[in-house]
Design a protein around this ligand. Structure first.
Ligand SMILES: C[S@@+](CC[C@H](N)C(=O)[O-])C[C@H]1O[C@@H](n2cnc3c(N)ncnc32)[C@H](O)[C@@H]1O
Length: 411
């Protein structure tokens, strides 16, 4: 089915789009551009002039570096386009796209692309761009009746297809080390099972695969529980294998994570949300590491065997994400996250540590908050997501690097 996409441009980059009949984006829109097919409908949003232009047609599949030198290499995810005989432009573009809940650099569903096409083409024909940066646009398409009709059409189609009114629910990829997700899942198809004790918030996996893998890469989760990793990867076009000591569904392979049945250096990313100790009873299996207390060294020794296996199967330079939380139980604090980190750096080099807000905990009640104050302890507010990389040359690099800090004037 033909779909669409809105490419962002500026006064500086827009002329090359027309000269080269090429649209481009950076890595943030990599997956979306690579999914484009000939015939897909494309639009250009000039963010400086706040003008949306169209309707263009993809003449190739989206690809990496079709013309490597275009825009000095800054927008390497590209698609060739067929320009229409007349390019239509509409002003107040951001406001219009907001009303329609459409975002640039995201895939537009067929009905969204069609409605946007009608809106854009109902407008007068204008030159594609104007060198003086000003543009006089007919107000027909942006007038309330035309826009109201388009909003109605898109809402109705979304309702009929069970798509959230807000359109694509996926947030922009994370840019800080603090991640907070009010909901475990997103989208039409559930990701994992939110009733499974210890289920992982799907956006954690979504963010990791978007940053560290390419479409078609192989991701594995050796302790995949209710299969959140499988569902996210399938939706995002990654190959995936999920294992667990006790499979919860047919596409999970029964396996003990201490021996992963895969070849050396065959995997592009590993994600693991391991047990954090013996706080959750996952199943009856005697092989479950979730039966060991995080207050014992044995717990870390057994998880280290999983780390060694993750290291073995990962390709050099590729990433492991390990989600883990600390423990406070019966007046004793155990820094499980630090202890796991100490084991991980025997094999991997750190990329970063993310703090993920803990939500939907059984202790998130008034009674527990009162107890925490009364008995002078803290409830767990966050988990660690250790992002680690298998070093390229087999050993973590430790060479000294001179750093030139930028110094800023204080007010
Ligand atoms: C925190 S849960 C994972 C949750 C999962 N990411 C999800 O979203 O549903 C930890 C999982 O580790 C599994 N597990 C414990 N010991 C294991 C072992 N030795 N090998 C494989 N899986 C194991 C448990 O069965 C449990 O499903």
């Amino acid at each position: 089915m033909l779909k669409g996409m809105i490419f962002k441009t500026s006064n500086k980059t827009e002329p090359q789009c027309y000269e080269l009949s090429l649209f481009g984006a950076d890595v943030v829109a990599r997956d979306e551009v690579l999914s484009l097919e000939p015939g897909d409908k494309l639009f250009l949003l000039n963010v400086e002039r706040n003008v949306l232009s169209g309707v263009f047609e993809a003449s190739t599949k989206g690809a990496h570096r079709i013309l490597p030198d275009a825009w000095d290499g800054r927008y390497p995810y590209q698609v060739k386009v067929i320009q229409p005989p007349d390019v239509h432009n509409i002003g107040r573009a951001k406001e219009i796209l907001d009303s329609l809940n459409l975002r640039s650099h995201r895939i537009l569903q067929d009905f969204e692309a069609d409605t946007l096409t009608s809106l854009v083409t109902s407008n007068g024909v204008k030159p594609p761009f104007e060198s003086n940066g000003h543009t006089t646009l007919s107000s027909e398409a942006t007038s309330s009746p035309a826009l109201a009709k388009a909003v109605k059409q898109i809402s109705k189609a979304r309702r009929e297809r069970g798509i959230a009114e807000s359109g694509d629910e996926r947030p922009s990829p994370e840019s800080t080390t603090l991640w907070d997700y009010p909901k475990q899942s997103y989208g039409r198809k559930p990701k994992g099972n939110n009733k499974y004790a210890g289920v992982t918030p799907a956006f954690i996996i979504y963010n990791l695969i978007k940053r560290y893998t390419e479409p078609g890469d192989l991701v594995i989760d050796p302790m995949c529980g209710s299969g959140t990793t499988i569902d996210v990867c399938e939706e995002e076009g990654r190959k995936v294998i999920g294992f667990d000591v006790v499979p919860t569904r047919p596409d999970v392979i029964e396996n003990d994570a201490r021996v992963i049945p895969l070849l050396n250096e065959s995997v592009d990313m590993v994600f693991i949300d391991s047990p954090y100790g013996d706080n959750i009873k996952y199943n009856e299996s005697p092989r479950s590491i979730g039966k060991l207390s995080a207050e014992t060294e044995e717990f870390y020794d057994e998880l280290e065997k999983v780390m060694a296996e993750a290291y073995r199967v990962l390709k050099p330079g590729k990433v492991l994400g390990w989600l883990i939380g600390d423990q406070w139980v019966q007046k004793r604090f155990t820094p499980v996250g630090f202890k796991i980190y100490e084991r991980l750096i025997k094999y991997f080099e750190p990329v970063d540590i993310i703090s993920v807000t803990r939500r939907s905990q059984t202790s998130n009640t008034g009674m527990w908050h009162n107890r925490a104050l009364k008995f002078n302890f803290y409830l767990r507010g966050f988990k660690y997501l250790h992002i680690m990389r298998k070093p390229l040359l087999g050993q973590p690099s430790s060479k000294n690097r001179p750093v030139k800090w930028a110094s800023y004037e204080r007010d």
